[in-house]
Design a protein around this ligand. Structure first.
Ligand SMILES: NC(=O)c1ccc[n+]([C@@H]2O[C@H](COP(=O)([O-])OP(=O)(O)OC[C@H]3O[C@@H](n4cnc5c(N)ncnc54)[C@H](O)[C@@H]3O)[C@@H](O)[C@H]2O)c1
Length: 331
């Protein structure tokens, strides 16, 4: 297939790009603004097989220049960190909502397929059981609210203009190439460095962990086999609370639990996310990587790839970290 992949230099987008190029031989153009989270390094293994365009999805000219003869647009591009959305929601509104609108217009003008990559966070928190695609949308952070707004806009383009849209909502992803502000890479890199491990609140927030390669396969599956206008949840095979995740990381890194430090909780921190993936399962997708295996692979990847994370940990991320946690990262 010929695809325009927006946000393909980020964590999940680059995993999707590698999978589509290597396994399926797709012809891909990546459009990415290269924010702090987007890195050409993430694409270096497939650099010669893809076309890369540096630009923003909210810029109609950049999108028109990148779309070429693509058959469909797959949109990963987003501001994605909940903590950053709390301290500065503006960019989330611009990228996640305005940017999605520009991409939908580009797809509508050219009659292209459109897949929106979305998140379980649009459903809010659930004490027991799992969300289905019919569950009400109850986002609680500016991040999840802007993702919800984008999803509703995507659905409106199906209902109003007949655009062939599919939405794929993933649960919490983890794996190689994830920017270290997110829980698992943050804890892995701090544990490897013997630095403190800041856990929000009581650490009992539960997440439905999905290995990034499984999500990339799920998105490809929804793109090829999903019905227009439909939403597909793509959840991980295992649930685990944050403190248990951090304890396993401590063990995998050969450290001591005394590194764990409980810090003031994130405002409005959702307690538990859980997705039912039965609908995508009925189309033939299932997660292949259990949490224990995926976490061990992730720790090993960060241990072996200091070239990837060292420039991040020694750059602007240090200032962000100090502002956010009120203490410096170990050098
Ligand atoms: N990480 C998760 O656990 C998770 C779970 C479910 C869904 N998602 C969704 O998957 C998508 C990708 O998430 P991720 O974790 O890979 O994010 P990420 O932050 O690692 O990457 C985002 C990418 O989008 C690019 N980008 C940001 N603003 C842009 C703009 N205005 N124009 C063009 N490119 C822009 C960045 O440069 C980066 O390459 C997002 O839509 C996110 O909401 C993430």
């Amino acid at each position: 297939m010929k695809l325009l992949v927006c946000g393909g230099a980020g964590f999940i987008g680059s995993t999707f790009v590698r999978e589509r190029v290597r396994v399926h031989g797709d012809e891909l153009t990546v459009l990415d603004k290269l924010t702090y989270a987007g890195r050409r390094e993430n694409l270096q293994e497939v650099e010669s097989d893809i076309k890369f365009v540096h630009g923003a999805i909210e810029d109609p000219e950049a999108v028109a220049g990148a779309v070429g003869d693509a058959e469909a647009i797959v949109n990963f591009a987003a501001e994605t960190h909940v903590d950053r959305s709390i301290s500065g929601p503006e960019e989330f509104i611009m990228t996640n909502m305005q940017g999605t609108h520009v991409l939908l217009e580009a797809a509508r003008e050219r009659g292209l397929g459109y897949l929106q990559v979305s998140t379980d966070e649009v459903y809010g928190s659930i004490e027991e059981g799992s969300f289905t695609e019919e569950s009400p949308l109850q986002p609680s952070s500016p991040y999840s609210a802007t993702k919800t707004g984008a999803d509703l806009l995507v659905s409106s383009y199906f209902h109003t203009y007949g655009l062939e849209t599919v939405i794929c909502r993933g649960s919490n992803n983890y794996g190689p190439h994830q920017y270290p502000e997110k829980l698992i890479p943050l804890m892995v890199l701090n544990a490897l460095a013997g630095d403190h491990l800041p856990v929000y609140g009581d650490g009992k927030n539960v997440r439905n962990w999905l290995f990034v390669e499984d999500f990339a396969r799920g998105i490809g599956h929804a793109l090829l086999h999903g019905a227009p206008g439909e939403v597909y949840n793509c959840g991980g095979p295992d649930e685990c609370d944050n403190l248990t995740v951090v304890r396993r990381i401590v063990e995998l890194c050969g450290r001591d639990e005394s590194l764990i430090e409980f810090v003031t909780d994130r405002p409005g921190h959702d307690r538990r996310y859980s997705l039912s993936s039965a609908k995508l399962g009925a189309l033939g997708w299932r997660a292949q990587v259990r949490f224990d295996e995926g976490l061990a692979r992730t720790v090993e990847w960060y241990r072996d790839n200091a070239w990837w994370w060292d420039p991040i940990r020694s750059g602007a991320y240090r200032d962000y970290y100090e502002r956010h946690y009120g203490r410096a990262l170990k050098a």
